[in-house]
Design a protein. Structure first.
Length: 126
């Protein structure tokens, strides 16, 4: 049996009304605390994230959201900013972006697991 890797993940969601129940998943954020140094962290956006947002909020500012998504990607890519942004993801960006509840899994192959999670929740893998 191959070595099991623990992964943590959550979905980045767009919610037009912070207090409302409507939201749509637009990205998968993955953490692998024991896999790499510094810990592996990645974010993978749905290729159709803008269309998903438009379905629940036709008036959404996609340019602004795109800038927020790029900023999130940059901060997660930087190990010096990663912990802070993960701790404050719900308050660091606009009230329109929030994190789903974090989940944990064990898997043999991190890459395959990410592809499967992405395909199930956000469409085909890129």
């Amino acid at each position: 049996m191959s070595e099991q890797h623990r992964i943590e993940y959550f979905f980045l969601q767009y919610a037009p009304d912070f207090l409302g129940n409507r939201s749509v998943d637009i990205a998968l954020v993955l953490l692998c605390p024991a896999t790499a140094k510094p810990e592996l962290c990645m974010v993978r956006f749905a290729s159709d994230w803008a269309s998903r947002v438009r379905v629940i909020d036709p008036a959404a500012d996609l340019d602004f959201l795109g800038a927020l998504c790029r900023e999130l990607q940059e901060k997660l890519d930087d190990p010096n900013q990663r912990v802070q942004i993960l701790q404050n993801i719900d308050s660091s960006f606009s009230s329109s972006l929030r994190a789903s509840a974090s989940q944990e899994r064990f898997c043999d192959d991190v890459s395959s697991e990410v592809d499967a999670l992405f395909a199930i929740h956000l469409g085909r893998s890129r």
